[in-house]
Each structure stands twice: as structure tokens, then as C-alpha cells.
Design a protein around this ligand. Structure first.
Ligand code: PBG
Length: 329
């Protein structure tokens, strides 16, 4: 003891002495209003199809979706993000199904907005769930055609807006799509429909369970000519700058946990709300380890989401939105 310096230069433990003290000095808090709950939609009535690689996640038919979304809204979750799971017979190279006013997604949006007008509905703009090639853009001769994809995405976004979507969320990573969508939405009279851009979306292996849930994996090749290289941090700013200039209302980084540095960079660089997507693989890893009894899923999930918020995300897309929101209230 005699060799301790006195007085002790600093005692950070004083601020951790009790639960009340820790609560007083806590810098970051999760709240149900931070969350967007992504949901998979299927045809049918009373359908709940468990997604094998995502324990606790089910694909819902529209009637079930409405009830589940109501429960989420009652927990304080302000928004759902919808992803349609289509059968192969509805998929084609042009993603034609994506623009039909009575397509599955459009019907789901309409029913949700009718039942829960105050809950926000965010729709995904990309060709993959509707494409027989499983790519986000138009595939021809082994190439993803950028500029030819834009009108398809625009028609999709307008169809979603007509159905009542509050925000459209382009996740396709084509160049120039935010400006193109903004123009198309404005021309169609939807200047109040927002664009949440998946500005910084990496070619990640963590999307595996999602692609299985929608059967939307690329039928050939990979997405590396449009999604970003996981090795790149500076390049994220270039994507964000472009989307801000083109009129995005929010910008997203995806995935989240392996890219917290990028979330922090984007937070510093822009004054728009920053979203982060805690993706299917990130969710599945926690659930799988918990099933083995190796970790406490609730605690780890909350810690992961907290770290995403601490890094700088204002909006967090997570499949765990409801279970975590329930523990917060
Ligand atoms: C498709 C899209 C993907 C996700 C959201 N929109 C998959 C992909 O790009 O292949 C992934 C979400 C997740 O893994 O939870 N445009």
C-alpha cells in the first residue's frame, strides 16, 4: 500500500458505485423509438413460416403482419421495413412483379397503412426479391447494367409510394439512383415520400440468412460490382456525399457491428439522420450461440444494439426490435 501515489490521481470507479450513479452518468440509452423492425411478407392467410436461420423470426401473411406490427407499434417501435418473399413463378429478369399495384408488397403496405396509419412503413427498393437472376440490378451478358436499372427502380418506388409507403429505401447500390428516384417520386406527386438510402452497403457475407428467407441469393456471380468492398472506409464518404447531394433524407450503413468505424465517420460527416442495419447474419450469430447455451441472447443483443447507437446511429434496423423493446419498457 505504501507504494501507492497519494492522493490517487484519478478514481473513475466513483462514478460506477451504484445503479443510481451509473444511471446518472450513462451516455447512451436504447429506446424503442430507435428501432425499425424488418419483416418478411408472404402470400396467404394466417401464415407464420419460421425462418430457419433466424430463430424467432417468421414470414407473415398480410393479416398476421398487421397484428404483429400493431404489437410492435404498441411497444413504441415507430416503423417497419417490409421485404416480400415471392415464389419463383413471379420472378423474371425485369422484376416486373415489383411494380404491380396489387403485388404482394403493395397490398401489404396498403393494409398496414389502413390499419395503423401512424406507424411508418419503409419499403425496400431493389430488384433481387423479384428477379429471376437474384441481383439488385438488371443483368445482361453477365453484367449488371446501372443506367438501365434506374427506371425499373423508379417504377418500383412510385408503386410503393402509391400504395402508401412513408419512405422508400433503395438498397441496390446502383450509381445515381437516389437522384433518379427523387425526380420520379416528385413527378408522380410524392414529394412527401422520403428516401432512406442504403448509402454505404458492403458486399457482406452476413446477408446469408436474409437471402435464404427470401430465396433471393444471386443465381450466378456475386454482388461485388455494386456493393462496397468491406476493406474500404474512405470510399464510404464518396457514397454518402453522392446520396446527400442527390437528395437522401437519411443515409444507412450496412451491416452494422463490423462497420462501427464507418458509422462513426458518417455521423461526423453529415447532418442527416444516420441509420444502421443490424443484419440477418449478425442476428443469427447471437441466436445460434444462445441456442447452444453459450451466451445470453437478450443481454448480448442489447449490447450490440447499444454499441451501434453509441457509434453514431440514430435509427437501427434490427430483427430483435420487439424483444429488445419489450425489455426496455
Ligand atoms: C437486398 C437486401 C439485402 C438485405 C436487405 N436488402 C440482401 C442483399 O443485398 O443481398 C440484407 C438484410 C439482412 O441481411 O438482414 N437488396
Amino acid at each position: 500500500m505504501d507504494d501507492l501515489p497519494f492522493p490517487m490521481p484519478d478514481r473513475p470507479r466513483r462514478n460506477r458505485r451504484s445503479a443510481a450513479m451509473r444511471a446518472l452518468v450513462r451516455e447512451t440509452r436504447l429506446h424503442p423509438s430507435d428501432f425499425v423492425w424488418p419483416v418478411f411478407v408472404v402470400e396467404g392467410e394466417g401464415e407464420r413460416q419460421p425462418v430457419e436461420a433466424m430463430p424467432g423470426v417468421e414470414r407473415y401473411s398480410i393479416d398476421v403482419l398487421v397484428e404483429e406490427a400493431r404489437a410492435a407499434f404498441d411497444l413504441g417501435i415507430p416503423a417497419v421495413a417490409l421485404f416480400p418473399a415471392l415464389t419463383d413463378d413471379l420472378k423474371d429478369p425485369l422484376a416486373t412483379e415489383s411494380t404491380r399495384p396489387d403485388g404482394l408488397l403493395q397490398r401489404a403496405v396498403r393494409r398496414l397503412k389502413l390499419a395503423l396509419p401512424e406507424m411508418l412503413v419503409i419499403t425496400d427498393v431493389a430488384m433481387d426479391p423479384y428477379s429471376s437472376d437474384g441481383h439488385d440490378g438488371l443483368l445482361r451478358d453477365g453484367q449488371i447494367l446501372n443506367d438501365e436499372t434506374l427506371p425499373i427502380l423508379a417504377a418500383m418506388a412510385v408503386a410503393q409510394a402509391e400504395a402508401g409507403a412513408d419512405m422508400v429505401a433503395p438498397s441496390d447500390m446502383m450509381d445515381g439512383r437516389v437522384g433518379y428516384l427523387r425526380d420520379a417520386l416528385d413527378d408522380a406527386g410524392h414529394e412527401q415520400v422520403g428516401i432512406l438510402s442504403y448509402a454505404v452497403k458492403y458486399a457482406s457475407a452476413l446477408y446469408g440468412p436474409f437471402r435464404r428467407a427470401l430465396d433471393s441469393a444471386p443465381r450466378g456471380g456475386d454482388k461485388k460490382t455494386y456493393q462496397m468492398d468491406p476493406a474500404n472506409r474512405a470510399e464510404a464518404m464518396r457514397e454518402v456525399d453522392a446520396d446527400v447531394r442527390e437528395g437522401a433524407d437519411m443515409v444507412m450503413v450496412k451491416p452494422a457491428l463490423a462497420y462501427l468505424d464507418v458509422i462513426a465517420d458518417v455521423r461526423q460527416a453529415v447532418d442527416l439522420p444516420v441509420a444502421a442495419y443490424h443484419v440477418s447474419g449478425e442476428y443469427a450469430m447471437v441466436k445460434a450461440a444462445a441456442e447452444k447455451g453459450w451466451l445470453d441472447a437478450d443481454a448480448v443483443m442489447a449490447e450490440c444494439l447499444l454499441s451501434i447507437k453509441r457509434a453514431g446511429a440514430t435509427v437501427i434496423f434490427t430483427y430483435a426490435a420487439r424483444e429488445v423493446a419489450a425489455t426496455l419498457s
